[in-house]
Design a protein around this ligand. Structure first.
Ligand SMILES: [Zn+2]
Length: 263
């Protein structure tokens, strides 16, 4: 089994959206932070699994509504497009039959339209929440971090998940609610690199993880969010695992990126 970390570019946003303000004068809430956006390809003997999909490459050309282009501008080179990152791993779009979506925010499911033949594992409560939100009011400014076009992608089959489960031998989905109504983290047990946990937006960065944990600037449920971080910490200690923070610029630089891999 090989695990490739795909660099699909980065977003910029204000610090207050990443870490909740502590109301001290030292907290610069408007400081611009660079948030790397990754997708993960797992080449498993039973098939190739893609975990999260980055942002749609047309995001800044009007695919995203204005409020998202302003709050989270996307920076992505042609080389960082998902299909070109997969090509680095000698993988074509057609080869991906299994996808796991952590949650339906703009920077995690933006290329669903590329995979009409894949089976997509997705967090049940977040799927329902997002689908309802983008249909309740036509004004996209009321849709939070969800993009209606992403949620409209023609998928062969959704497999909605509401509990921890193993999808392939050594690949576990872990349920981590709080950032959104539910969020699917991934825990992968490898032969040479040990256990690797991808909590995605349950743990944006090292500052959020602590200990002590900090809450992020945007949340669905604060107590669930904190409980999910402690669940990650428990699993990290149990398996002596590496935790891969979702959007940590400094940490991202230390990771092996495709075409390099963990195995
Ligand atoms: Zn998110």
């Amino acid at each position: 089994m090989k695990i490739y970390i795909l660099n699909t570019g980065y977003l910029e946003t204000k610090r207050k959206y990443v870490v909740a303000s502590d109301n001290s004068t030292a907290f610069d809430e408007n400081k611009i932070m660079k948030l790397p956006v990754m997708a993960i390809l797992i080449d498993h003997p039973d098939g190739k699994v893609l975990y999260d999909l980055g942002s749609n490459p047309n995001a800044m050309e009007g695919y995203w509504p204005k409020h998202l282009r302003e709050a989270y501008p996307l920076f992505q080179t042609v080389d960082q497009r998902l299909e070109n990152q997969l090509a680095l791993c000698h993988t074509t779009l057609d080869e991906i039959e299994t996808i796991v979506i952590s949650h339906f925010h703009l920077d995690h499911c933006g290329n669903l339209n590329l995979f009409p033949n894949a089976v997509v594992y997705a967090p049940k409560e977040d799927f329902i929440w997002g689908q309802c939100l983008v249909r309740e009011d036509i004004n996209p400014a009321t849709h939070g971090g969800y993009v209606k076009a992403d949620l409209d992608a023609p998928i062969k089959k959704y497999h909605l998940v509401d509990k921890d489960m193993e999808i392939f031998s050594g690949i576990d989905i872990i349920s981590l609610p709080g950032h959104t109504p539910n969020l699917l983290g991934l825990m992968v047990h490898t032969e040479n690199s040990g256990t690797i946990i991808f909590p995605q937006d349950s743990v944006y960065n090292e500052e959020i993880y602590g200990p002590p944990a900090k809450v992020s600037g945007l949340l669905y449920n604060k107590q669930d969010f904190l409980n999910s971080i402690e669940k990650v910490r428990h699993l990290q200690q149990k398996h002596n695992a590496m935790v891969v923070y979702a959007h940590d610029e400094k940490f991202f630089q230390t990771l092996k990126k495709a075409p390099l891999y963990y195995d």
